[in-house]
Ligand binder design. Structure first.
Ligand SMILES: [Fe+2]
Length: 584
């Protein structure tokens, strides 16, 4: 049996005197014919992998290169069993054995399921609770997608020890793929998680950086992009756009043959309901491309709650950062100007995606395995299926009020009026923004360069920082009713660390629409009557200009870059519009 062993680097941690494996075995890059098995050991080791369909004694592969980090590619599996077959294996290192299993990738349009989880962030009890829930899933996941922030400090080896201790029962049987988060990166450096994980390289054109990649599983394409160490700038004469932009354009323009689903993963999503955040600006500039490329769902983490909705142009999105990290008080389902929020709640959990031929169902699960929100597309027999937009009814309760429905893959999507899109208005002065979007923002808007992107000057509605110190957060109610814990002020917003694992069973928010029902003709909610934020915590603030903590006012933010930045922005915008056509 073919064996490719890659033994590289040093595991780094030296505090582990015990022999054998201290991280792993874990799995990634599974196809119908091959899989990569990894492990790390505190001292250089070799290893023997025994594996088979009925028993581990059927085949053997030996990695005889002493190293602390191992990546072993088992190939030729399709000669042993058809795709989708479950294998069992046993890794032997230093005389100790570590059992596991894996399922080779399905082929064609055979059904499969995968799970999505993220933002574990070294919160041990909460992370353990999420992992227990994943293990209790009645249908074993064929693979798992992490939306990043697996640990609090990606270059802290001891935190990875804890991560693998918690995750081991799951990762030993579930291939995992990582969309790196900001906590994997320290000053642009993510060498430790890059060493630990391996990106797939099975579908050309493969990237030269393991932080963005794509792969095909069955009839689905999984695309993973990275805004933490790479850009999504528009390319102007090859100056600003980097290798990810070129790569992503090529990937979007060239779907692999036989694909019926395209899922896009990124750590930071297009929007955010965390007070003081607004999502990733440059990802939003790609929304026209993503829609044109038939991306079915954008899935992200970073925000420590669960949310689902439609982007400004109707592309479905899911945010779930409820993998254990300190909780954020989502503003909840509410009227917003540039996208539609169908569900939002602060709670721990994960996402399950079930794919069956052209049909896919995306479900947000609680810790007790309850599906608290879900949607599906591609199933004409579904009770909420549409044939045309006329089947879709009026505006959703928590969407932009002046949008329209469209029927895509038998699924109703809601598209906002692009004229209400604040986030794509570039600017030079605050006055530019007050003129452009002031009416949408209640009269208050400013020109801002959030994050690290030098060209990201754009208009935002004024949103006061939620806090400047922990004291500003002290009076807040817990984001989960009755949950004991403490608030802290982090990056001008309040984060809640529960004393124990807090997660209410079943649905808790009576305002959440029934995702399985046909869209309701309910235009009764307006920007004026439903900006009150989370019904569970009305003190947390609602829309623009509200504050749950210190009542601070956003500072004036005139651009200091002057004419130069404005010219660069104009060039960037021209380049972008040339590429995406006449949208906007
Ligand atoms: Fe994050």
């Amino acid at each position: 049996m073919a064996l490719c062993a890659v033994a590289i680097g040093s595991a780094g941690a030296t505090a582990h005197a015990q022999p054998g494996v201290f991280r792993g075995p874990y799995l990634t890059d599974v196809t119908s014919d091959a899989i990569t098995l990894l492990w790390e050991s505190p001292t250089p080791t070799t290893g023997t992998i025994r594996y088979g369909v009925a028993a581990v004694t059927e085949n053997v592969a030996v990695d005889n290169v002493p190293a602390t980090h191992h990546e072993v590619r088992l190939t030729g599996l399709s000669a042993l069993a058809a795709g989708g077959t479950k294998f069992v294996y046993e890794l032997e290192v230093d005389g100790m054995t570590y059992p596991g299993s894996f399922r080779t990738a399905v082929v064609g349009d055979a059904p499969f399921s995968f799970v999505v989880f993220g933002d574990n962030r070294s919160s041990v009890p909460q992370h353990m609770a999420v992992l227990d829930a994943l293990l209790a899933e009645p249908t074993e996941a064929y693979f798992a997608m992490s939306t990043g922030d697996m640990v609090s400090d990606g270059n802290n080896e001891s935190q990875w020890d804890s991560f693998f201790t918690i995750e081991q029962p799951f990762l030993a049987k579930t291939p995992v793929y990582l969309a790196i988060g900001n906590h994997e990166v320290d000053g642009g450096d993510w060498q430790v998680p890059r060493r630990i994980f391996a990106a797939p390289t099975t579908v050309p054109p493969a990237s030269n950086d393991e932080s963005f990649y794509h792969f095909v599983y069955g009839n689905a394409q999984i695309i993973v992009i990275n805004i933490e160490t790479h850009t999504l700038f528009p390319s102007v004469l090859g100056v600003f756009g980097g290798d990810q932009e070129v790569w992503l354009t090529d990937v979007l323009d060239n779907p692999p043959a036989g694909i019926q689903h395209r899922f896009l993963f990124i750590h930071q999503g297009p929007y955010s309901s965390k007070p003081g955040r607004d999502g990733n600006f440059w990802l939003r500039t790609w929304l026209p491309d993503l829609k044109a490329a038939n991306i079915d769902v954008i899935i992200s983490g970073h925000d420590h709650y669960a949310e689902r909705g439609f982007a400004v142009n109707g592309v479905p999105y899911v945010i779930h950062g409820g993998g254990g990290a300190p909780l954020y008080d989502t503003l909840g389902p509410r009227v917003v100007a540039d996208h539609t929020i169908l569900y939002g709640e602060t709670r721990l959990g994960y996402v399950v995606v079930d794919v069956d031929g052209p049909h896919a169902e995306v479900s947000i699960r609680t810790l007790d395995g309850f599906t608290i929100d879900n949607f599906s597309y591609g199933d004409p027999s579904h009770p909420a299926a549409c044939v045309s937009a006329s089947d879709c009814g009026g505006p959703p309760t928590y969407g932009c009020p002046d949008g329209s429905w469209e029927c895509v893959k038998s699924f109703c999507r809601y598209t906002c009026d692009p004229g209400l899109v604040d986030s794509l208005v570039t600017c030079f002065t605050n006055t530019d923004c007050e003129n452009a979007i002031g009416a949408v923002c209640g009269g208050q808007a400013h020109c801002e360069m959030p994050d690290i992107n030098p060209l990201e000057w754009h208009c935002l509605c004024d949103v006061a920082p939620q806090c400047v110190s922990d004291a500003n957060c002290a009076g807040l109610e817990p984001p989960i009713a009755g949950c004991a814990g403490s608030w802290a002020c982090v990056d001008e917003t309040c984060e809640f660390s529960p004393d124990t694992v807090c997660d209410p069973p079943g649905p808790t928010d009576a305002g959440v629409p029934d995702a399985t029902a046909a869209p309701v003709d309910d235009a009764g909610s307006t920007a004026g009557d439903d900006a009150g934020g989370n019904p569970a915590n009305p003190d947390a603030g609602g829309g623009s200009g509200s504050s749950g903590g210190c009542g601070c006012k956003a500072s004036s933010n005139e651009s200091p870059y002057g004419v130069l930045v404005w010219l660069l922005l104009a060039l960037a915008a021209l380049g972008r519009r040339r590429r995406v056509g006449a949208w906007r």
